[in-house]
Design a binder for this molecule. Structure first.
Ligand code: NAD
Length: 495
């Protein structure tokens, strides 16, 4: 059922697309693209244009690198404590403006306000966490085993960083990179997704208010990311590429980065298995599955893509999940009662329709949803597919939508083999009351992150990232800052 689609009054908000700055943010100045081109930002709930942002070209890419380069020496030389205080202020301002930022995210991304509020809290935490990390970077000093010299290991800012982010978490995917990069003493150029640039621009203004000097964070939107990013990576002053997005684009960017041998961190796609064992607390498993499947209406890299349920609890689990999924309120992200917002684009809906149709043709049963509503907005209803056969395409592709794909299993070995039968390895979920089984299975699953008896795995204090073709490197936790630091080893016999 659709929730009320009233348009919230934006005039009293801090971030109103009609009045907030949306130029390229380079060297602390808001400016048009050199070619004067712009691109529309669309509200996925209504398909209406809500703003236009600059469409940067190659000259703008050069200007961005120049800005980051001129700000780099002073930022790297700033006392870590001072950098930490600026980052802490970013956290405080984001927290003060949380409600307005959440509304802006909901507007341009379509996600339900409750999900957007969660994203803002998560995103802001990368500044608090990295404010604390900025002053805790420690090196090594020890005697070489030969006894002839001392070994000193220092950590230095890696240099100018190009950061590329997707539309599904427009605030958090950016702050998960900007927080540690700035803490490490690096300057950055952020290229947000063209679908959701407003959050990136709103945050750029907020960083400036918090005391981030001009040129330390630069933001550039473009409809030609291939050539624009290639131009920046070809500049020898750029030393880091940090990308979050699909595995396909990640592969292209790794090839591009290889040309100048640039350090690359890759947070890529997922195909998370969610396993419910016969001894699971079924109500807890249902709660966890709703979170793992339905956060952002299923548009998350960690979303449960394949749900394996032991045959002895399959009927009960399926019935309860179908009840919960069909009761969700579908509507515009900004309507307070909405639980499942629209998809990001019309193409995203077409992809989901294709995957559901394919699964049904392969023999899956449709228990609810499955039919795109008529009218404006990129909606797809919460859908449950039962008895999804192995051959269905959605077992090997990210659904990225509100479709729960269920199938049965009999044994632990069987479900581990099925879960690992994918090129991806980002997140996996296990529900069992048997702790020994939980850890045994967790060790055997080929995933960078495991959620045991819960539906949420992301935590700014933990290392986020994937194995196999889900990525390279980790973001968050104590690991995150080291992606933006280079080790320098000094051998000396003088001390
Ligand atoms: P995408 O790969 O299409 O785009 C991601 C970003 O890359 C966007 O900013 C886009 O403009 C840019 N881009 C596209 N082509 C490019 C090119 N040739 N050169 C340089 N940049 C280019 O992904 P998306 O549709 O925006 O996001 C969804 C994908 O992101 C899913 O696969 C999801 O699993 C993944 N994701 C991963 C994580 C993670 O942490 N592992 C988090 C969120 C999303």
């Amino acid at each position: 059922m659709k929730a009320d689609s009233q348009t919230p009054n934006s005039s009293s908000r801090h971030y109103d697309p009609a009045s907030m700055p949306v130029g390229l943010y380079l060297d602390g100045r808001w400016q048009a693209a050199v070619g004067k081109k712009t691109v529309a930002v669309t509200d996925p709930s209504t398909e209406a244009e809500i703003a236009r942002v600059p469409d940067a070209g190659l000259e703008d890419a050069d200007a961005a690198v120049n800005a980051a380069a001129s700000a780099a020496p002073a930022w790297a030389a700033m006392a870590p404590r001072k950098r930490a205080e600026i980052l802490r202020r970013c956290f405080e301002l984001m927290t003060e403006r949380a409600e307005d930022l959440a509304w802006l995210i909901s507007l341009e991304n379509g996600k339900a306000l409750r999900d957007a509020r969660g994203e803002v809290a998560y995103a802001a935490e990368f500044f608090r966490w990295n404010a604390e990390e900025a002053v805790r970077v420690q090196g090594d000093f020890f005697t070489a085993p030969s006894g002839t010299n001392r070994i000193i290991v220092d950590h230095q800012p890696i240099g100018i960083c190009v950061l590329i982010t997707p539309w599904n978490f427009p605030a958090a995917m950016a702050t998960r990179k900007i927080g540690p990069a700035l803490a490490a003493g690096c300057t950055v150029i952020l290229k947000p997704a063209t679908e959701t640039p407003l959050t990136a621009y709103a945050l750029a203004a907020l960083y400036e208010e918090a005391g981030v000097p001009p040129g330390v964070v630069n933001v550039l939107t473009t409809t030609t990311p291939g050539p624009v990013v290639a131009r920046m990576l070809a500049d020898p002053r750029v030393r880091k590429l940090s990308f979050t997005g699909s595995t396909g684009v990640g592969r292209l960017l790794l090839a591009e980065a290889a040309k100048t041998v640039i350090s690359s961190s890759m947070e890529l796609g997922g195909n998370a298995p969610l396993i419910v064992f016969d001894d699971a607390d079924i109500d807890l498993a249902i709660e966890g599955t709703m979170v793992a499947k339905m956060r952002n209406a299923g548009q998350a890299c960690t979303a449960a893509n394949r749900i394996y349920v032991h045959s002895s609890v399959y009927e009960t689990f399926t019935r309860k999940l179908t009840e919960r999924m069909s009761a969700l309120a579908v509507g515009p992200g900004t309507a307070p009662e909405t639980e499942c917002g629209p998809m990001i684009t019309a193409n995203a809906v077409v992809k989901i329709e294709r995957l559901v149709e394919n699964a049904l043709q392969a023999g899956a049963k449709l228990l609810c949803g499955g039919k795109k509503p008529s009218g404006k907005g990129f909606y797809y209803p919460p859908t449950v597919l039962s008895d999804v056969p192995l051959m269905a395409q959605l077992n090997c592709e990210e659904i990225f939508g509100p479709v729960a794909a269920l199938s049965r299993f009999e044994s632990e070995d069987e479900v581990i083999a099925k879960a690992n039968d994918t090129e991806y390895g980002l997140a996996a979920y296990i529900f069992t009351r048997d702790a020994a089984r939980g850890f045994r299975v967790a060790r055997q699953l080929e995933s960078g992150m495991i959620a045991l008896n819960r539906g949420l795995v992301s935590d700014p204090a933990a290392p986020f990232g994937g194995v196999k073709q889900s990525g390279l490197g980790r973001e968050g936790g104590t690991h995150g800052i080291y992606e933006f630091l280079e080790s320098k080893y000094i051998a000396t016999s003088t001390i």
